[in-house]
Design a binder for this molecule. Structure first.
Ligand SMILES: [Zn+2]
Length: 233
């Protein structure tokens, strides 16, 4: 039966087409995959927002320190310009000055910590910017490479489709329908070879009678287990 031989050819073409279409799908997935870029961008966004927060704290702290310094110098002026001579008043002024100096030390330590944190996040931001640039370069190289493979694959697919159309005309209509139905239900594999008396679709052993029928090509024989069409080469 010519149908069987042509169905074997058709199966080869279809399997190849399945593989190529699958490759195209993988390429499309790869080309639209922005996971790495998104992760890197999220890190940058996080560092940027942290830095703006830290900057606010820094300004607040610097303003506070400047207030303290102003207050201190105005008090020191009072202390040394001789305008206050009352000992009790002088003591109160000295106490205020002492308190302001304590406040100044606390605030300076706070500012130092803020500045260290700012350095840390600036460093992170710089590293993440380098990373994202690398990712963008990789993505553009990948795009170039995959686009080339994709267009080559598409040419191959179109050639195979033309071949497929020709082969299909050589197959009896009822056989072609059966083949197409099996392709849908049997994971793309409708017709399989018999090797060592075994169906290569499901590995079941065939009886001598079944083998004879297949060899004589008298009828379209389907595997009793997996239902696929069988052939011997
Ligand atoms: Zn089988």
């Amino acid at each position: 039966m010519d149908s069987i031989k042509s169905m074997v050819d058709l199966q080869k073409i279809d399997s190849k087409l399945d593989k190529l279409n699958n490759n195209i799908q993988k390429i499309n997935e790869e080309l639209t995959n922005k996971n790495k870029l998104n992760i890197a961008q999220n890190k940058i966004n996080h560092s940027t927002s942290k830095l703006s927060e830290i900057e606010k704290f820094r300004r607040k702290s610097e303003n506070k320190l400047s207030d303290i310094n102003q207050k201190s110098s105005s008090i020191e002026k009072q202390l040394y310009d001789g305008s206050v001579s009352n000992p009790k008043e002088l003591e109160a002024i000295e106490n205020s000055l002492g308190f302001l100096n304590q406040e100044k030390t606390v605030e300076e330590n706070k500012l130092l910590k803020i500045m260290l944190l700012q350095d840390e996040f600036n460093k992170k931001l710089k590293e993440d910017s380098i990373t994202i640039d690398k990712i963008k370069t990789q993505m553009s190289l990948k795009k170039e490479k995959f686009s080339k493979i994709k267009s080559e694959t598409e040419v191959e697919i179109s050639k195979l489709i033309t071949k497929k159309d020709t082969v299909e005309t050589k197959i009896q209509k009822k056989h072609l329908s059966k083949y197409q139905l099996l392709r849908k239900t049997k994971n793309g594999l409708a017709i399989v070879k018999v090797e060592k008396n075994t169906c290569q679709g499901c590995r079941i052993a065939l009886t001598t009678a079944e083998l004879q029928k297949i060899i004589q090509l008298k009828d379209l024989i389907q595997c009793k287990m997996c239902n696929r069409i069988l052939y011997v080469s």
